[in-house]
Design a protein around this ligand. Structure first.
Ligand SMILES: Cc1ncc(COP(=O)(O)O)c(C=O)c1O
Length: 439
C-alpha cells in the first residue's frame, strides 16, 4: 500500500514529517510545493462572495493565506497541540500582532524581564503611543508573588519558556494559574524550546509565539514567525472588549452582524489576528520562507536532541574553565533551573547556554575574534554553532539598569550549539582562550 496521509494516532516524530500535508491533494508531489501566487482564481461569483464573507474557507489572496503557509500552520498546530495558527513574516511580527490583538484599545501587558533584547526594545518603543503600557514582572521567578503585579487593566502576561540569553526555565504552569485567576491570557514565546522540547499549551499557555527563524527552521536561511492559540480561552470574559465587537463581514444569512467568537468559537484569536492584523497591517510570510520552515521542522527532533547534548558538554567544559566565572545552562546539575528542566524538558534542555568571561574587554574581544569554528552572529538554533557577546549585540538596546534586572552582566557570552562534533567545538574554544590569554 502506498503512502496515505493519516495523522490519527501518529507520534511527534512522525507528525513533524507527515502533519499538514497530503501529496494526493498536490498532484502527488512528495515534497511540499511552493505556491508562488499572489491570488487564487474564483470558480464563480458565488464562490467569491462566500470567500469574502468567510462563509467558505479557501484561498483568495496570499496576504490572507496560502496553501504552502497553511501546511506550516497545520504542522505546527499538530506538534504544539494548538487549535489554530497564523504564520507571519518574523518573530517580531508574531509578538507585535499578538500584543495588538490582545491589548487593542489600550491596557497593560506584564512582561518577564528575561527575554530577547529586540522584544524588550519593541516593548519600550512601539506600544505606548497606542495606549498599551508595558510593565516589567519583577516576580516572574516567584509566581506566588506575581498576582500583586497585575492591575485592573492588565490584559496579558508575556514570557519566554527558555529565555534568551540566560536559558532560564520559567514555571509556566504556575504563571498560567495566576493569569487565569485574573481572567487574562498567558503568552509564551517558545522560540528557544520549540515543541520538541516543550509544549506550553500542556502547561496552561493560551497563546504561543515563535520566531521560526531559530530552532524551528534550524538552517538560518529565512525569517519567519508563528502565532498559535489553545482554543480554550474565553475572550468574552470582559477583559477583551474588542472580541465583543460585531462585524458586517461576519453576518449570518438573515443579515445579523456577529462576533469572531460566535463564528469561530475554537479559533477566535488567530482568526481575528488573520483578518485584522495580517490582512490589514500586512506582515505576511512569503510561501518560499514557509517552505524552508517546513523543511527545517522535518528534522526538528534530531537537531534539538543533539544540540541539547552538545550544549550540556560545552557547559560542562566551560564550568571547569579557569577563565569563566559562571555558566548558565539548565541541564547542568549546578543550575538553579536544573530541577524544573529535569521535570519539564525530558527531551533535553536546549541548545542555548551562556557564560561569564573573566578578563579584560580586550581579552574578551580577542577571544571572540579568535574562534574559527563558531560563527559570530546574532541568530539562534542553527545547525552551525554560534557565539555572541549578547550585552553588546542582541541585548545592547537595554540600559544598564535593565541589564541588571535581566541578569545580563557585561562579561556574558551566549552560545547556540549546532550539530558539529562537540570535541571540535571544545577545541575551538580552548584555542581561542589560549590566544586571549597568551600575553
Ligand atoms: C526569543 C526570541 N523571540 C523573538 C525573536 C524575534 O524573531 P525574528 O528575528 O524572527 O523577528 C527572537 C530573535 O532573536 C528571539 O530570540
Amino acid at each position: 500500500m502506498a503512502y496515505r496521509a493519516d495523522d490519527k494516532g501518529y507520534r511527534f516524530d512522525t507528525q513533524r514529517i507527515t502533519a499538514g500535508y497530503d501529496p494526493y491533494e498536490n498532484l502527488k508531489a512528495v515534497s511540499l510545493p511552493i505556491y508562488a501566487t499572489a491570488a487564487f482564481e474564483f470558480e464563480d461569483v458565488q464562490e467569491a462572495h462566500d470567500l469574502f464573507g468567510l462563509k467558505k474557507t479557501g484561498f483568495l489572496y496570499t496576504r490572507d493565506s496560502n496553501p504552502t503557509n497553511l501546511v506550516l500552520e497545520e504542522k505546527i498546530s499538530k506538534l504544539d497541540g494548538a487549535a489554530g495558527a497564523v504564520t507571519v513574516a518574523s518573530g517580531m511580527a508574531a509578538i507585535s500582532n499578538t500584543i495588538f490583538n490582545l491589548a487593542e484599545g489600550g491596557g497593560r501587558v506584564l512582561v518577564s524581564p528575561y527575554i530577547y533584547g529586540g522584544s524588550v526594545d519593541g516593548f519600550k518603543k512601539v506600544y505606548e503611543p497606542f495606549g498599551i503600557h508595558i510593565d516589567t514582572a519583577e516576580h516572574i521567578l516567584e509566581p506566588e508573588l506575581l498576582a500583586d503585579e497585575i492591575k485592573p487593566d492588565t490584559r496579558a502576561i508575556f514570557v519566554e519558556s527558555i529565555s534568551n540569553p540566560n536559558a532560564y526555565v520559567l514555571d509556566i504552569d504556575a504563571i498560567a494559574k495566576v493569569a487565569h485567576d485574573h481572567g487574562i491570557v498567558l503568552v509564551v514565546d517558545n522560540t528557544g524550546a520549540t515543541p520538541y522540547l516543550y509544549k506550553p499549551f500542556e502547561h496552561g499557555a493560551d497563546i504561543v509565539v515563535y520566531s521560526a527563524t531559530k530552532g524551528l527552521n534550524g538552517h538560518g536561511n529565512a525569517i519567519a514567525g508563528i502565532v498559535l492559540e489553545s482554543g480554550k480561552f474565553n475572550y468574552n470574559n470582559g477583559h477583551y472588549p474588542q472580541f465583543d465587537e460585531k462585524y458586517y463581514t461576519l453576518r449570518d444569512d438573515a443579515g445579523n452582524w456577529r462576533t469572531v467568537t460566535e463564528v469561530f468559537p475554537e479559533t477566535p484569536f488567530t482568526v481575528r489576528l488573520r483578518v485584522k492584523y495580517l490582512d490589514l497591517v500586512g506582515s505576511v510570510l512569503s510561501p518560499f520562507d514557509a517552505y524552508l520552515t517546513v523543511l527545517g521542522i522535518e528534522t526538528l527532533s534530531e537537531r534539538l536532541s543533539r544540540q541539547s547534548k552538545t550544549a550540556l558538554k560545552l557547559a560542562q567544559y566551560l564550568e571547569d574553565n579557569e577563565h569563566v566565572n559562571f555558566v548558565r545552562y539548565p541541564g547542568l546539575f549546578s543550575s538553579s533551573f536544573y530541577d524544573i528542566a529535569k521535570k519539564n524538558l525530558p527531551n533535553g534542555a536546549g541548545g542555548i547556554l551562556s557564560f561569564g568571561f573573566i578578563g579584560s574587554q580586550e581579552q574578551k574581544e580577542l577571544f571572540l575574534n579568535s574562534t574559527k569554528l563558531f560563527h559570530y552572529h546574532v541568530n539562534l538554533g542553527d545547525v552551525r554553532s554560534l557565539i555572541v557577546d549578547s550585552p553588546d549585540t542582541t541585548h545592547s538596546e537595554l540600559e544598564d539598569k535593565e541589564k541588571k534586572i535581566a541578569d545580563i552582566p557585561d562579561n556574558l557570552i551566549r552560545i547556540s550549539a549546532g550539530l558539529e562534533d562537540v570535541d571540535d567545538l571544545i577545541a575551538d574554544l580552548e584555542q581561542a582562550f589560549k590566544i586571549a590569554f597568551s600575553e
